[in-house]
Design a protein around this ligand. Structure first.
Ligand SMILES: [Fe+2]
Ligand SMILES: [Fe+2]
Length: 225
């Protein structure tokens, strides 16, 4: 029999409510969280062959490990790219904010290494196309606007794209760690997330309070001349 639009709606609603009730009923007890955390650590020790032998072998713990290697790569690239931005920046508060964030980035790389250690793994970087694209775009913007009166606005524009990318990734990873019962990893990820969010807010304030207006004033002056 052909599936009607109503059938599809009913199925979707059923799946949604099953997911919603499932989410409630599987809220882990402290004991269950501990068990999950131990199983993440022991699974990460198991050989890749043994993992493959299980039905495709991949689950949330694997996704977490992938995300960790991906963000480790990203942080290292961000750490290397920040000096160019700092050198091109003009506003002293922007230079200070980016310099401070570079120090925080070094600290974040160490925190990620601590998470690898919690998994009994050596730190591993996995190429992240997303951060490569964002940083490449930032390089292009610096070339186009680095010598302009809108340079600081362009730097904030680029850096906030990086911060927002990091915020989405750390938000998801903290939630994965929570679901996997990895409380120590979650605490480290929450600390990093707080630094990324604070940097983003600082850059927004700087743009809105001074940098954007200064660049816009220049546009007005040029039109008047
Ligand atoms: Fe970061
Ligand atoms: Fe950041």
């Amino acid at each position: 029999m052909a599936t009607t639009a109503d059938d599809t709606k009913t199925k979707t609603a059923t799946r949604k409510s099953a997911r919603a009730s499932g989410a409630k009923s599987t809220k882990a007890t402290p004991e269950a969280r501990k068990k999950r955390s131990q199983s993440v650590a022991s699974k990460s020790k198991a050989s890749k062959t043994a993992q493959k032998a299980q039905s495709n072998g991949k689950g949330l713990a694997d996704l977490f490990e992938h995300a960790l290697a991906d963000i480790y790569y990203s942080e290292k690239k961000i750490y290397k790219s920040l000096p160019k931005m700092i050198k091109a920046a003009d506003h002293p508060d922007l230079i200070a904010a980016l310099t401070q964030h570079r120090e925080e980035t070094a600290d974040q790389i160490e925190k990620l290494e601590q998470i690898f250690a919690l998994l009994d793994q050596r730190p591993r970087a996995e190429k992240c196309d997303a951060i490569d694209g964002i940083l490449e775009e930032g390089d292009g913007l610096l070339e186009d606007f680095g010598d302009s009166m809108a340079a600081d606005a362009a730097i904030i524009f680029s850096c906030q794209a990086v911060e927002h990318y990091e915020i989405t990734r750390y938000g998801s990873m903290a939630a994965f760690a929570d679901a996997l019962g990895m409380d120590e990893a979650k605490a480290l990820l929450d600390e990093i997330l707080a630094q990324e969010s604070a940097t983003d807010t600082k850059l927004s304030t700087l743009a809105e309070d001074s940098v954007n207006d200064a660049a816009a004033d220049y546009d007005e002056d040029s039109e008047a001349a």
